[in-house]
Each structure stands twice: as structure tokens, then as C-alpha cells.
Write a protein that binds this ligand. Sequence first.
Ligand code: NA7
Length: 491
Amino acid sequence: GTWYWNRYPGARCDVESMFYSYGFDEELEQEWEWTERYPSQPEILRYANHVADRFSLWPHIQLNTRVASATYDTEKNGWRVTTESDEVFNAKFCIMATGCLSAANEPNFDGMETFTGRIFHTGRWPHEKIDFKDRRVGVIGTGSSGVQVIQEVAKEAAHLTVFQRTPTYVVESFNRALDRGDQAKVKAKYQDIRAAARKTFGGFTAVMNEQSALSVSEEECRERLEAAWNKGGIGLQFTYNDFGFNEAANKRAQDFVRDKIRATVNDPNTTEKLLPRHILGCKRLSIGTNYYATYNKPNVSLVQLGDNGIEHITQDGVISEETLYPLDDLVLATGFDAMTGSLSRIHITGRNGQPLTTAWQAGPQSYLGLMTHGFPNLFTITGPGSPSVLSNMLPTIEHHVEWIGECLAHLREHNIREIEPNVKAQDEWVAHGNEVADKTLRHGCNSWYLGANVPGKPRVFMPYIGGMPTYREKCSAVAAAGYDGFELTES
Ligand code: NA7
């Protein structure tokens, strides 16, 4: 879904293509050719289609089908799934693979309906080519999607006005074409590299330097950061092991990126507005290609939103701080109702008719991010409470799929009709997740990890931040102990 909908100009993954790929089939990984270091959206979509073709998945997929509700039938021990066109499907088990970043966060700005130009959301981009030539375009939002779309639209638009609420840290991608030689090196030991990546915190190939940033001189720290910067990508975060835990250490990384911005942007006023002030890595690091240099172009201007944000939209454009910015097109790069949004937009009711939204009123409750008490036989792929968005999504998804597949085989083999986590195991897992998150610096800013970008959403750190190796071990131990923490009911 992600790579079907996020088709805005410049949409690209921030994980390297050769590792943002499935590892379950050696022939697949050997035959597929990636063309760039970081894959563009069209290429990932081609890959997804190729996988569906290669493994003959199409007969099992019904496209253009929006699920309206999923209801647990306590007597039949199964789920009744109803689509928006009133088709009904009954199944003993239901697996929600609805994505972590799929429910678009579409702010309802005052007066938005009166705007006479075109409005796009980056996460719901039209399929036809959108021409911005000779047009005055506004982009609201400077997260990863905003950064990518800004760089591209600036090349085409007559004028681009960026409306920024919070400046963000953007590292250079140094994206480049991959030749056969680059790929052959990886393909010669693909499975070994994947196995090594599984041992890292996020399942990425970059390895954490197990040294404190404060144990070295400022000069040495800078040299190392410079080397990481020049390699490109999110590896900068792994330069020292306390960037995520120690504010003074983190400040060294912040200062480094702020200096990069100062060295790149010409106009001092714009530079000042672009300098991020929050903990680096607290919001997801964005990867760009000449993002900051884009603000040196004569057709690009940056508006720092005041406390009142976007005050009003009129038929002609956006009003902020009593100034009208006339626009022909408005791009909302305002992100997603992350992790829970795609589930809360389906009317899910579990045991005793309890809605999932009620069970999760104070924040998502789940055991291992895989299942929720009160919602038997309902699995979530990369659900809240699992490492999900903090890790390399494709191998992480494979891990969940394998765990759930093995679990279903176990249930069938042992004639079990119902599986549900018990309250104690779930509460302990949630408490453990909070405890690990509390030790980090991640609470220090308004990120989507905390639900802080969606008005009214409970402020809870949603993904599990204990790392993939710990998490994998826990999942394996639970299964090996006969699904410890779950109630299994025989037929
Ligand atoms: P993000 O990272 O949530 O970014 C959304 C941006 O939109 C961010 O700059 C927000 O500012 C801004 N925003 C959101 N709502 C508003 C309103 N109402 N007014 C003004 N500005 C607003 O979403 P992305 O799509 O860029 O990236 C999501 C993930 O996809 C990314 O992390 C990667 O994992 C891939 P804020 O920072 O909240 O002040």
C-alpha cells in the first residue's frame, strides 16, 4: 500500500534498495536488479508487482476493496469482515496487514473548502502526472515526504512556498545508480549480510559504534560524523551509541547538522528558520538530495508558521500571520495517523462487542504488537508494541509473517479454535515497552511515534524500542514455550 499511494514526485525509500527487499527466496533476491542505491517509489511498486507475479499471488488478492468493519463472533470463534460495498467474508482468523503509515493525516484547515486551486496529500497522490510548471505551489509540512516533494517541485514550479511548523534534520542520501558490480558484491553473500543485519538494533546494515560520543574529543567526534555524513543516509545516527540516550552527546550531532545547514543556505534569515532545535532522531531523520540547497533557488521561499499555524485558507491561497500567500496548488505533506490510524478507521469489535478504539482509548495495548486481549484470533503485522517503524520494515514484516504462519500451523495441529493474549502478559509487555522508551530521548519532541501530530491522540510511544534482536528472541521464546502469555482454547 505504501508504495502504491505515496507516488508524489521524489517519493523514495530511506532504506537501501538491496536490503529493503524480501529475503525469503534466494532466487528472487538473485534475479531482481535494483537500479539505485535508494529505491524510488515506481521501482518498489514494480518489485511488489513482480513478487505477486512470481509467486502467483494475484488469485488470492482482491483489489479496490475497502474494509469497513471486522466483528468477532464469540460463538463461531471467527471474524466477519464487511467491505464498504457490503461484501461479507467470514474467517476463523484475521490478519491486519494495514500498515503503520497509511491513514493520511489530512488537517481540516479553516476555509480549505473555498480554495479554488488543486489540493493534494502526499500519501494519496493521483495516478496521472501532475504538472506544476508555471504554477504557484504551496507545500505544508517538512517531514520525510515534504522534504522529498519540495526538492522536486522546486525544479518545476514558478514559485514554491514551503509552510514549516517544525524544522527537521535532513541528512544527504548520496543516492547513486547501482551497477551490476555493486549488486554482484552483495548477491555473492546476500544471506550472510541479511543474517548480520538481523543482529543489529533495527535490522539495518549500518552497525552501531559502541562508543560514547562524550568519550572522544569534539574534534574526533566531528571527524567521525563527517565520515558518516559522506557515506550518506541514516547511518549518522549510529556514529555513537549514546545519541539516543544522552542529551549532551546528542547535541554534538545536532550541532554538526546545524553547521551543515549554515554552510549550505545563503540567506541568513532562511538559515535561521531551517535550524532544527529538537533532539536529533527524536523525529525520524529525513534523507534528502540537496534539500537545504533548494532554499537558495530564487523561486523558493520558506514561511515559518507561528503558534497559530495555518490560520485560514481562502479561495486564493494560505493565510499565516495575517499575510496571504497566493497559490494555484496546495500540497499537504502532513503525514499520517501513524500505527493506529489504519486500524481505528476500520470498525473493529472484539469480544462482547467491545470496539478496538475503546480498548485503545488511552493508547494501544497489545502483546508483542501481534495480538490484543479481547480480540481473539486477530493478528496485526507490525502492530504498535512491535519494533515496526523503528526497523527495516521488509525483514520485520517477514518476521511477523513467519511467526504468525507458524502459530497458525501450531493451532491447527493442536486443534485449537481460539488464541488470545492474557491480560497479565499484555500489561507486562506494555509496561516493558514504556520502560524501555522512557530511557531514551524520544519523548522530547512532538513526533508521530508519540501520536503527537494528530490532535487529541493519546501521547504514548507506540513502537517497541528494545531492538529487533531482543524482540525476535522474545517472540521465539514465547512460541517455544507453547505460546506463553496466550490463552489457547481447544475445539
Ligand atoms: P511526518 O514526518 O509526520 O511530517 C509531517 C509534516 O507536516 C511535519 O513537518 C508536521 O509538522 C507537518 N504538519 C502536520 N500537521 C500540520 C498542520 N496542521 N499544520 C502545519 N504543519 C503540519 O510525515 P511524512 O509523511 O513526512 O513522513 C512520515 C514517515 O514516512 C517518515 O517518518 C518516514 O518513516 C516515511 P510537525 O513536525 O508535526 O510540527
